[in-house]
Design a protein around this ligand. Structure first.
Ligand SMILES: [Mg+2]
Length: 348
């Protein structure tokens, strides 16, 4: 399998998991069962109007992360200085904010809406589907509206919502040759909007898992590598404990429904990572793992998206059910964005 296909698989896998879970994001398990039957939701639901299974803010923001990484890479290559978070991803997130609110935090940002040098073959802003609000996270919106860029050392708020971890898979893909850098950059990017250590450290950990899967490690080995790097950061204990619980439960006889309940609901970053990791380790079949990842009381689209990112990076494109891949909204843009990210990686 080509590495380019693995880039695509991780983002497409995330989109499929997001679309499966989005339909039941705010439902408790008893409500999911009442609506979809005893097995819960087991198939994508096609939106009547779009004719596709809708993605949510998780995948929308993941696309803006990938586009922002490309943007930052080009600017840094040209100028010789800068950072991924500050030289492209923050600006890309302001564009995302514009898609959701039709406004920018300051009028001098108007230039962000113009086509940029990194998008000679078309701008991400040309895709009108991205302007549809799909339950965007309030923390992401308010942090970006503040006109300040949060960092790990100068946190913008105390939020540890999963809005950071759900969008950083592209960082792990792009920087997979250097997992420690992938951690640092993903954590910085999450800290743009999420100031609690668990909010950004869980994001760093996911980026390492994705990176190490690209490097040929198993999911278990990738998680171990992520924990080694995680431990070097202050206030890592909560995220570390969540990951350890996920790994322990995946190796136990505990029934999945009980195990997931023990791991939490996924509204906060370390729980979203733990549930996603648990499901990816517990079940190697792509479809079954995603069904496991979205059928619970909590934040189903984010746990579906993160689990799909891991599964895609682990098992590749051919593991994604073809029907699901073809039904998901913006499939072509997702594949194209992943391909462009890969093309920059090759140039690096
Ligand atoms: Mg969502």
């Amino acid at each position: 399998m080509s590495k380019k296909d693995t880039f695509i698989a991780s983002l497409l896998g995330g989109a499929v998991g997001d679309a499966l879970g989005y339909r039941v994001e705010f439902m408790k398990m008893h409500e999911i069962k009442w609506r979809f039957g005893e097995e819960g939701i087991t198939d994508l639901v096609i939106d009547d109007y779009a004719g596709k299974a809708l993605i949510s803010d998780d995948t929308q923001m993941t696309l803006f992360t990938a586009d922002g990484m490309i943007w930052a890479y080009d600017r840094m290559s040209e100028r010789g200085i800068g950072s991924y978070a500050g030289s492209g991803v923050y600006q890309s997130y302001l564009r995302w904010l514009y898609t959701q609110t039709k406004s920018l935090p300051d009028e001098h940002y108007g230039w962000l809406l113009d086509p940029q040098p990194h998008e000679v073959n078309g701008s991400i802003l040309e895709h009108k589907e991205l302007f549809s609000p799909r339950a965007p996270g309030n923390t992401c919106l308010s942090a970006l509206e503040s006109n300040k860029m949060g960092t790990m050392w100068n946190p913008i708020n105390t939020s540890k919502g999963c809005g950071g971890v759900m969008r950083v898979a592209p960082v792990g893909l792009f920087l997979h040759k250097d997992p420690a850098q992938a951690f640092e950059v993903a954590a910085e990017i999450a800290a743009i909007t999420h100031g609690h250590p668990s909010g950004f450290l869980a994001s760093g950990a996911l980026a390492v898992i994705i990176a190490e899967l690209l490097n040929g490690k198993s999911i278990d080995e990738s998680a171990q590598s992520a924990m080694v790097i995680l431990k070097k950061y202050p206030q890592h204990e909560e995220t570390l404990a969540a990951m350890e619980s996920a790994i322990e439960l995946a190796g136990s006889e505990e029934k999945p429904v009980t195990a997931i309940t023990k791991l939490g609901q996924g509204w906060v970053a370390e729980e979203a990572l733990a549930i996603s990791l648990y499901c990816a380790m517990k079940e190697s079949d792509f479809k079954k793992a995603l069904i496991l990842a979205v059928n619970h009381d909590g934040d189903s689209d984010s746990t579906g998206a993160i689990c799909g990112n891991i599964l895609g990076a682990s098992y590749g494109l051919e593991a994604i059910p073809e029907e699901w891949a073809n039904q998901v909204e913006l499939k072509e843009l997702i594949a194209d964005t992943a391909s462009r990210l890969y093309d920059r990686y090759i140039k690096m």
